[in-house]
Design a binder for this molecule. Structure first.
Ligand code: NAP
Length: 277
């Protein structure tokens, strides 16, 4: 059984990203990511600091815009201004959003060319149509991990549990583009285990701590656990009961240290791609 090392994959991606930044900077372009923080939220602040630290190592500039409980109009005006700002190559807007504001509304104000975390519904539409677009970095991380672990995807039976626009749906689309045979499960799926036990590759993107156990996996399956669920004692656990599935599966991503670090690295890779475009 392999515990897939997301930190090692992240490090390899970031080395390549850093190498790509040098010639861009030499040519006068400093890859710049704008992170809009619309509400005062401690977990968000921690996450933004973590992206900024990683970006600094890759010589990517992070411009953090704290809006302190913004109204919908203030938030969309800021995103419009950043979309028009030639010094900004990538834009992300952190959740949680102000009350009454949806991610779809906000995403529409991020220019598609700068939409490095696939928040604009147009980006998802382009992805579905097979056109070039940035996918959400977490969905990209699922495929990147499988590719780097040399898991063949063409013709493979993949089950994705979760159908959100930020993870499940784009992950399924990216896997489909790799010619996997993709099944998407969700809260209305009848007898979830019947589906997940068919999976050569199981992707868990539910948001329920340790929901998937040994009865949900096929012997030898590869499991990508996207879930990040805080526990009462301040730990972070995935959607998969890792200890329970370990004797059955051939590989699983840990939480933390799996999908999360790869997501950050790919977000920064997207910024560099946007700066190069
Ligand atoms: P979400 O918007 O809440 O979506 C959850 C999905 O799971 C929905 O499609 C829902 O189905 C489905 N679901 C809920 N209960 C279910 C059940 N009992 N059986 C089967 N499906 C069920 O969450 P999300 O934003 O996609 O995030 C999913 C998880 O990934 C969360 O833990 C989140 O923290 C984590 N995440 C991690 C990263 C990272 O970088 N590692 C990034 C983003 C998110 P319905 O559509 O029918 O409601």
């Amino acid at each position: 059984m392999t515990l897939i090392d997301g930190r090692a994959i992240s490090k390899a991606i970031l080395e390549a990203v850093t190498a790509d930044v040098a010639p861009l900077r030499a040519a006068g372009t400093t890859p710049t990511l704008a992170i809009v923080v619309p509400t005062d939220d401690e977990a968000t602040a921690w996450y933004v600091r973590s992206i900024a630290r990683t970006a600094a190592k890759a010589e990517i500039v992070v411009r953090q815009i704290d809006l302190h409980e913004a109204t919908a109009d203030e938030l969309t005006a800021e995103l419009d201004a950043l979309s028009a700002d030639e010094g900004v190559h990538g834009i992300i807007c952190q959740t949680p959003l102000p009350k009454g504001v949806t991610l779809d509304q906000v995403g529409q104000h991020i220019a598609v060319a700068k939409d490095v975390d696939g928040a604009n519904p147009q980006s998802l539409g382009r992805l579905a149509a097979g056109l070039p677009a940035f996918a959400p970095a977490t969905a990209q991380a699922v495929v990147e991990i499988l590719q780097r672990e040399q898991v063949p995807l063409s013709g493979t039976d993949v089950v994705v549990v979760g159908r959100s626009n930020v993870v499940g749906k784009p992950a399924a689309l990216l896997l489909l583009a790799e010619n996997a045979t993709v099944t998407i499960c969700h809260s209305r799926t009848r007898d979830l285990a019947t589906h997940t036990r068919q999976a050569d590759v199981l992707v868990a993107a539910v948001g329920r701590a340790r929901m998937l156990g040994a009865e949900h996996v096929k012997p030898g399956a590869i499991v990508i656990d996207v879930g990040t669920n805080p526990t009462e004692d301040g730990q972070l656990v995935g959607d998969v009961d890792t200890e329970a599935v370990e004797p059955v599966v051939s590989a699983v991503t840990p939480v933390p240290g799996g999908v999360g670090p790869v997501t950050t690295a790919l977000l920064l890779r997207n910024v560099v791609a946007a700066a190069r475009a």
